[in-house]
Design a protein around this ligand. Structure first.
Ligand code: SF4
Ligand code: FES
Length: 233
């Protein structure tokens, strides 16, 4: 075991444990969007940014070491996390009131946690063509935040091949779906992919709005409370 400090609190932890997990185990919530406990860290969203010994770092990429001093709620880094979330809202087309994922969307839930009211950045509403090609999944591409969860953690059960991928770069980047493999997905696999997506990009066809808004997971309990209780996807 080693000792670290988070926001001045002395904490005992296992050497090399993930900083996000250590913080949660000690009652300190760090927002995340791409990180999934137990899976390899992707480090794509940077929404988990904290200060480690005075330098900014994505907490989900940090293994804890003895003597480390971490600041989570220091104003500058807290505002940095908020700005990152705001930039994600500004980059895509996140029309929460009409989105099927509202109330069960990680990005929306994290927006509440960082205290976002409006984006300080100009909204771009980047148009990206929807993909209706698969039998079970609709891809609402203009909501994708390129976290890569679907790319790395959704595979064809038989061959292990990836079902989702990202094509293009920069403003031309977009999420793609292998229709042939997607059509082989079971109902359980489709639900898992929908739930893994932290926004409303991967949507299951034919079941839209099956659960009333107001009774959805984050309507009932916040993402912070769920994380602190140890809930994973
Ligand atoms: S489709 Fe969803 S899970 Fe896949 S990269 Fe985009 S936001 Fe992430
Ligand atoms: S949650 Fe850490 S980089 Fe995305």
């Amino acid at each position: 075991m080693i000792q670290i400090k988070i926001d001045g609190k002395n904490i005992n932890a296992r050497k090399g444990a993930n900083l996000v997990d250590v913080a949660l185990e000690n009652g300190i919530y760090i927002p995340t969007l791409c990180y999934l406990k137990g899976e390899p860290c992707l480090g794509t969203c940077r929404v988990c940014s904290v200060k480690v010994d005075g330098a900014t770092a994505a907490a989900c990429t940090v293994p804890v070491l003895h003597g480390m001093e971490v600041e989570v709620n220091e104003p500058e880094v807290a505002d940095m996390r908020k700005a990152l979330v705001e930039s994600l809202f500004a980059e895509g087309a996140h029309n929460c009131p009409s989105c099927e994922k509202s109330g069960r969307c990680d990005l929306q839930a994290v927006g509440y946690e960082v205290g976002m009211m409006v984006s300080r950045f100009e909204y771009r509403f980047t148009p990206r063509q929807r993909d209706y090609g698969s039998e079970k999944i609709l891809l609402e591409r203009d909501r994708c935040i390129f976290c890569q969860r679907c790319v790395e953690f959704v595979r064809d059960e038989e061959t292990g091949k990836k079902i989702f991928s990202i094509s293009g770069r920069g403003p031309k980047a977009r999420i793609e779906i292998n229709v042939e493999l997607a059509n082989k997905m079971s109902a359980v696999e489709v639900t898992r992919a929908v739930n893994l997506c932290p926004v409303g990009t991967i949507v299951e066809k034919k079941v839209g709005f099956n659960q009333p808004i107001g009774r959805r997971k984050f309507d009932i309990k916040s993402i912070r409370e769920r994380a602190l209780e140890g809930e994973t996807k």
